[in-house]
Design a protein around this ligand. Structure first.
Ligand SMILES: *[C@@H]1O[C@H](CO)[C@@H](O)[C@H](O)[C@H]1NC(C)=O
Ligand SMILES: *[C@@H]1O[C@H](CO)[C@@H](O)[C@H](O)[C@H]1NC(C)=O
Ligand SMILES: *[C@@H]1O[C@H](CO)[C@@H](O)[C@H](O)[C@H]1NC(C)=O
Ligand SMILES: *[C@@H]1O[C@H](CO)[C@@H](O)[C@H](O)[C@H]1NC(C)=O
Length: 275
């Protein structure tokens, strides 16, 4: 065991043991040397395990964990709707041309972001992307977006009170909603996009990926686009943009990446304890 350490360190240790520790006996010195070597190895292993644990946590389980406890499960609270993923208390019943808010509130928590006037340039993450889902104007006609632009005064006029909770979905709810899917734990509402483009757009890879996940993935398996979207570089670049532009809430159940990183955490704990 002692031979693993560089000889100079050992010589130094020898010297220290002899002069300070007062261990004249060669056998005793040998035993001490082995203990020190063992401690070194344990410290290095602990460092590696710690690094792996923290690193895996960062890579596999981003952001989502930060929000745990800040969710309000979709459908659990009456009289609320989602705007850009935030749960709003509806204190008035404003008239929305073409829509009936009483009927909308029958499924509380649902996302109504798309009713607000929006502009393509209000999503900085979409800058420079040519895909239609990123570049085109979200509101080509006023009738598709009957509410004024989203800002604090608009919300106040409408009587929407921000509860500062994020609308939380479980996998079954995402699967049951049409044109919703999950990217990196974020729940995206693609209804406005699919209404603008009922048919596939030729040679738009992002469009093809969105359609694949919405139409070819069976709902029961959860409709998670993360793996598909991270597979190709050009589409991967569009992920922050999609999340910014179509965000409707978050998965409030622990994501598969978090499960893996927790497994690593427990494995690390076992290694440390056994040492
Ligand atoms: C909205 O729907 C509710 C329930 O379906 C109905 O009672 C109400 O009259 C409708 N409001 C308008 C303005 O159409
Ligand atoms: C909020 O939006 C409304 C409607 O478009 C607009 O009249 C108002 O100036 C905006 N307020 C701010 C602070 O941007
Ligand atoms: C939302 O409304 C409910 C019931 O009306 C109330 O209990 C709650 O405090 C409100 N939340 C906020 C943040 O206004
Ligand atoms: C709701 O409140 C949170 C923080 O409390 C804020 O970050 C968010 O922008 C608000 N949402 C809207 C749509 O105003």
């Amino acid at each position: 065991m002692a031979y693993i350490l560089p000889s100079r360190v050992l010589l130094g240790a020898d010297f220290l043991l002899e002069s300070i520790g007062g261990l004249q006996d060669k056998q005793k010195r040998q035993a001490w040397r082995e203990k020190i070597a063992l401690c070194f190895i344990i410290i290095i292993l602990c460092g590696i395990v710690g690094f792996l644990t923290v690193g895996f946590q960062k890579v596999l389980c981003p952001d989502t964990q930060k929000y745990v406890g800040r969710f309000s499960p979709m459908g659990s609270t009456p009289g609320v709707l989602g705007v850009q993923g935030w749960q709003m208390n509806i204190t008035k019943y404003p008239a929305i041309p073409g829509h009936n808010i009483t009927e909308i509130l029958q499924s509380p928590g649902q996302d109504i972001t798309t009713l607000f006037q929006r502009k393509a340039n209000q999503y900085p993450s979409c800058n420079g992307l040519a895909f239609r889902a990123a570049a085109e104007e979200p509101c080509p006609t006023t009738s598709s977006c009957p509410l004024p632009e989203l800002n604090a005064s608009t919300l106040q006029t409408l009587g929407f009170v921000n509860t500062s909770l994020i609308v939380g979905y479980d996998w079954d709810q995402v699967a049951a909603l049409s044109n919703y899917f999950v990217l990196d734990g974020a729940v995206l509402n693609m209804n406005s996009y699919m209404a603008l483009h009922p048919n596939p757009i030729p040679s738009d890879n992002l469009d093809a990926a969105i359609r694949t996940i919405l139409q070819k993935t069976p709902g029961q398996s959860g409709r998670d686009g993360t793996r598909l979207f991270y597979y190709r570089t050009d589409i991967r670049k569009a992920v922050p943009c999609l999340v910014e532009r179509y965000y409707a809430g978050n998965i409030d159940k622990i994501t598969p990446g978090c499960v893996v990183s927790q497994l690593v955490l427990y494995a690390g704990l076992i290694v440390v304890l056994s040492l």
